[in-house]
Design a protein around this ligand. Structure first.
Ligand SMILES: Cc1cc2nc3c(=O)[nH]c(=O)nc-3n(C[C@H](O)[C@H](O)[C@H](O)COP(=O)(O)OP(=O)(O)OC[C@H]3O[C@@H](n4cnc5c(N)ncnc54)[C@H](O)[C@@H]3O)c2cc1C
Length: 396
């Protein structure tokens, strides 16, 4: 995006990437159905960036979700809005979009240099490790868009963190976001239920005031814990809670479509000679992984007590012990602090390194899945490109 803005503004752009081809994570994002932005009103959209809403909002003001869609359409790719408001390319894929985009960038004069790993600065020049040895390049302005630290094999490995810290740029530690969490499953539970999806559930984490707001959705039991979209939606808060307290208790509503009174009525209903398990299955549809979770997380006494059982069906406590490793996460939090950016941070220029701009996931903001990640990356890329262009003009 920065390259596009710079080239359109008349700059000669050289784009370097450590990988043999560019946009590998963008392509991976297209594997499960590329969710490129969201159709909700802009106020709600900006709210997804939490404490960084104001800063990210500046990027979005320059390139809002509607502009993202228009930009995709201009590349010859149609989009549609899913039932949840998520926006996808019609074919759900990233490859045709990336192909058209790279073609347009080449036409605009952007020169691509693959297998060029940036390793820092020397004598005011950028240093690259290449298959043909080291290469030094001078640049009028530099935009770094090096990504976070998840899925390192696709290129973004976070190796830039010490390089920027070494230049007095403040960088918050990179942490997993939109990630799974570990739970101490018993061997028995794990062997029977790892991989099982929970499709009608709700999940909550109490806030510091003890408020509990359940969110409906889906997640999956994994061999090590839980993962999936509903878990990712709460992942920032769960991660912070574990960092503070050493663990986090989440609450699972196994019957989000039943009210508590109805659940208690059914759990307490005389069951004659039926076992409790078949009673729960018959009256409330609790079977498979849901039944397994109840057994896993409740004591025998709680399971046998209709009151405790009914409470647990509507709010089953599950202790999470740590996030899964950052490399497995969909995205990472942390990164270059907004305080390290010049002015209001909108253009992404580093205070410590005038003429050097940063963009995308390497900056310290985070968001849930839903197209919010790519949309913020696009907006910040365009803002950095414009900032670099203005910088070049001022210098000329
Ligand atoms: C499985 C998965 C699915 C996702 N799905 C979605 C989705 O549907 N919607 C959504 O909005 N987001 C999604 N995301 C997140 C989204 O892909 C990222 O937030 C986005 O790609 C980040 O863009 P970026 O340009 O900041 O960094 P990246 O896309 O990570 O690009 C960074 C680039 O920098 C290069 N690089 C790094 N270090 C160096 C170096 N030292 N020298 C040279 N080059 C270097 C890398 O090779 C890479 O090409 C998904 C992510 C994953 C992992």
């Amino acid at each position: 995006m920065a390259a596009e803005v710079l080239a359109a503004g008349g700059a000669q752009v050289d784009l370097y990437d450590a990988m043999p081809s560019t946009g590998r994570k963008f392509l991976l994002a297209g594997k499960g159905g590329m969710n490129i932005t969201h159709a909700e009103p802009i106020e709600a959209f900006v709210g997804r960036y939490g404490a960084r809403g104001e800063q990210v909002g500046r990027w979005l003001a320059g390139f809002p979700p509607d502009a993202v869609r228009a930009w995709i359409h201009a590349l010859g790719v149609a989009t549609f809005v899913g039932s949840s408001g998520r926006v996808f390319p019609t074919d759900m894929k990233a490859a045709p979009l990336l192909r058209a985009w790279l073609h347009r960038l080449r036409e605009a004069g952007v020169r691509f240099h693959m297998r060029h790993r940036w390793t820092g600065w020397r004598d005011g020049k950028l240093v690259f490790a290449t298959p043909d040895g080291e290469r030094l390049e001078a640049a009028g302005a530099v935009v770094l868009a090096l990504g976070g630290a998840s899925w390192a094999r696709l290129g973004s490995d976070g190796a830039w963190v010490p390089l920027l810290r070494g230049q007095q740029v403040e960088v918050a530690p990179l942490v997993p976001m939109n990630c799974g969490f570990e739970a101490d499953w018993s061997e028995h539970f794990k062997s029977r239920h790892a991989g099982a999806p929970l499709t009608t559930v709700a999940l909550a984490l109490d806030d510091d005031a003890g408020r509990r707001v359940f969110r409906k959705g889906q997640f999956v039991v994994s061999a090590s814990g839980i993962e999936g979209s509903l878990v990712y939606a709460l992942s920032g808060q769960i991660r912070e809670r574990i960092a503070r307290d050493g663990q986090a208790t989440v609450w699972i509503d196994l019957l989000p479509d039943h009210d508590a009174a109805r659940v208690l009525e059914e759990a307490a209903r005389p069951r004659g000679s039926r076992s409790l398990s078949s009673h729960l299955q018959g009256r409330l549809g609790i079977a498979g992984v849901k039944a397994g979770l109840l057994r896993e997380c409740l004591s025998k006494d709680q399971f046998a007590d209709p009151q405790a059982l009914a409470r647990a069906l509507k709010a089953l406590p599950l202790v999470l012990t740590r996030p899964r490793p950052i490399d497995e996460a969909i995205s990472s939090g942390g990164g270059v602090r907004f305080d390290a950016l010049d002015g209001d941070g909108g253009a992404g220029m580093l205070r410590a390194l005038p003429g050097v701009f940063v963009a995308g996931e390497m900056i310290d903001w985070e968001a849930p899945t839903g197209g919010y990640l790519l949309t913020a990356c696009f907006g910040s890329g365009r803002a950095a490109g414009q900032g670099a262009l203005d910088w070049l003009k001022r210098k000329a």
